[in-house]
Design a protein around this ligand. Structure first.
Ligand code: GLC
Ligand code: CA
Length: 608
């Protein structure tokens, strides 16, 4: 069955209720493995392919269906392998091609699927394609002249060559870098690591064909799909106009909408689907950076489209609430109703219009969900971890779990300059230090706070398997590439697997419970009491079943008057709760909830 079958034309009302129409990736829980921090087997302090292989039974025990592996290709590793220098080679840090082939086979032997992470928007500047392209600017016979975006720029008042427009890169500075060898500027909208990640020119047919062939190369090895990095950036506005001035006093202006969701994006994704993915039973999980709305998401994923594009997208609206004007490092206070509204809009728009959500709360670029959405207070840690699991696993869509989430990992909550490994964090910290030396010392504390809360290293620390040194991630004598966080033994993986009350066991229960209550992944979504600042409540329903999720997102006991919100609890059955003791007494009209208590009820169904 090809993923093209996703393009059926049956009406939603029939589809939503028909489990038979669902594809494997719609029912799946996908587990993201950041290979470098997962399990080291050769003592170099970096996780590797053999390490994942050794832990395959762990995924089976947890109950997930798919593992997503962060980039394993040859790379200078300036951006954790998202800077690829050869798409067809395995990075020797992680192992060999034989190791990868064996991993695919062993994953399948256990009934699991495996997807690879790949960046097609840009390469590393050490990629042979870029090296040739830069030389070809002056010597066209070499070929690949237009595989990247080149421009002579323009001359400023002093006659100096400057970038062709005022676009600000996603991180800082201009999106254009000058290349001495080519004598021209090249475009790189992400600009995470200075000159390291030039953007590929998807308007050039040869580039697209070459990338499709790379995708086939891996699909033919039997993998089950891809997580496609920054996929909505691959079509840019070709004329490169200046962005309007929205940042007074700055040379470089935000231009996200000029390089995200560009003019040919749907055409290219449809072509990629037709030429590649339609021929395999695989999933495409596309990261959509720089902003995508629920309506745009429908254009990318709707099953009603005559020409399918991708199956799933990763969107960021719910994790951008703590940013000021889209600036990740400018912290903003937010209220629960804002988060509830964002989620409700995504849930409703996609469920009601033939789309499909992905549900996630943390990953290798984002801090831990517990620290971000609830509290870092140690005594609430397990409760909050379970509360968030209840939330995530009772929403519509495909669930993504990031390694360590199932252990209730939290942000380390410390800062020390020599612990920074992430290039984005290092660049930001260096800039803050420069500004501080020119008289903005107070800003340094803000920068520290921002890194503690938002830095990407928060989730990149080694996975704590045991209470051995370095959490059993590597040999006690080895030096992990990033220091492990000192977890108490009750939080490590092996201990939690044996403990019936652990966060891990709760995740295992939620994954199983979701499988046996499929309305949870495909049913409709109805938000209740959206303005309530403490309680998050919603109903999920299909013609087979109806559920109520009630979550207390506050550290105090509180009550919720369900009758006021049209909920009939007379024939309820509590399926699961994050409190071990039995349900707190409730009056006939009111549910009483303890601090961070969450419950899932099955209700009697209207249509039954
Ligand atoms: C994606 C990746 C991130 C990387 C960026 C550039 O957002 O998730 O880790 O830095 O793309 O490739
Ligand atoms: Ca290793």
């Amino acid at each position: 069955m090809g993923s093209s079958e996703n393009s059926g034309t049956a009406k939603d009302s029939e589809d939503v209720d028909s489990l038979d129409n669902l594809l494997w990736w719609q029912k799946a829980s996908i587990y993201q493995v950041l290979i470098q921090s997962f399990q080291d087997t050769n003592g170099d302090g970096k996780g590797d392919i053999r390490g994942i292989m050794e832990r395959l039974d762990y995924f089976v025990a947890l109950g997930v269906d798919v593992i997503w592996i962060s980039p394993i290709y040859e790379s200078p590793m300036c951006d954790m392998g998202y800077d690829i220098s050869d798409y067809r080679k395995v990075n020797p840090i992680f192992g060999t091609m034989e190791d990868m082939e064996l991993l695919v086979q062993e994953t399948h032997n256990r009934g699991l699927k495996i997807i690879l992470d790949i960046a097609l928007n840009h390469t590393a500047d050490t990629h042979e394609w870029f090296q040739t392209s830069r030389r070809a600017r002056k010597n066209p016979r070499l070929g690949k002249r237009d595989w990247y975006f080149w421009s002579p720029g323009k001359l400023d008042e002093q006659g100096k060559q400057v970038p062709p427009n005022n676009w600000e890169s996603t991180f800082s500075g201009s999106t254009w870098e000058f290349d001495e060898e080519a004598g021209e500027f090249y475009l790189q909208d992400l600009h995470i690591f200075g000159k390291n990640q030039p953007d590929l020119n998807w308007d050039c047919e040869e580039v697209r064909q070459e990338l499709y062939s790379v995708l086939r190369f891996w699909l033919d090895k039997g993998i089950d799909g891809f997580r496609l990095d920054t996929m909505n950036l691959v079509s840019k506005t070709s004329a490169f106009p200046d962005a309007p001035i929205s940042k007074c006093g700055s040379t470089w202006q935000p231009a996200n909408y000029l390089f995200a969701n560009g003019p040919h994006i749907h055409e290219y994704l449809q072509e990629m689907h037709e030429q590649v993915f339609a021929h395999y039973d695989v999933v495409t999980l596309a990261e959509m950076s720089c902003g995508v709305t629920p309506c745009q998401a429908l254009q990318y994923t709707s099953k009603h489209k005559p020409r399918p594009e991708v199956n799933l997208i990763i969107q960021f609206q719910h994790v951008e609430l703590d940013c000021q004007d889209g600036d990740k490092w400018m912290l903003r206070e937010w209220e629960l109703p804002e988060l509830k509204r964002v989620i409700a809009e995504w849930q409703e728009t996609l469920v009601n219009n033939g789309g499909w959500n992905t549900v996630w709360m943390e990953n290798h670029d984002q801090p831990r969900g517990i620290s971000r959405f609830t509290t870092n207070t140690p005594r609430f840690r397990a409760l909050c971890a379970k509360l968030l699991a209840l939330w995530q696993f009772t929403l519509q869509g495909t669930n993504l779990i990031f390694q360590g989430q199932e252990l209730g990992m939290v942000n380390p909550d410390t800062f020390s300059e020599d612990m920074n490994r992430d290039i984005e964090t290092i660049q930001y910290w260096n800039e803050a230090c420069e500004n501080a030396s020119s008289g903005e010392a107070d800003k340094l504390d803000l920068a520290k706070k921002a890194i503690i809360q938002k830095g990407r290293d928060n989730t990149r620390i080694p996975f704590p398997w045991t209470d051995d040194p370095h959490g059993g991630f590597c040999e006690p004598t080895a030096k992990p590439w990033i220091p492990a966080f000192n977890h108490e033994s009750e939080w490590c993986g092996i201990h939690q697997q044996r403990c019936p009350e652990s966060v891990w066991t709760f995740y295992q229960s939620m994954i199983t419970l979701r499988k046996s209550n499929p309305t949870l992944y495909h049913g409709t979504f109805e938000a209740l009491d959206l303005d309530n600042p403490l309680i998050w409540a919603y109903k999920r329903e299909s013609k087979h079943a109806c559920y109520l999720t009630v979550l207390n997102f506050s550290p105090g006991a509180t009550s919720w008057s369900y009758v006021d919100h049209g909920v009939d609890l007379s024939l309820r059955k509590m399926l699961i709760s994050n409190h071990q003791t039995c349900e707190a007494t409730s009056t006939p009209d009111i549910i009483l909830l303890r601090p961070f208590e969450g419950r899932l009820y099955q209700l009697s169904c209207n249509s039954q």
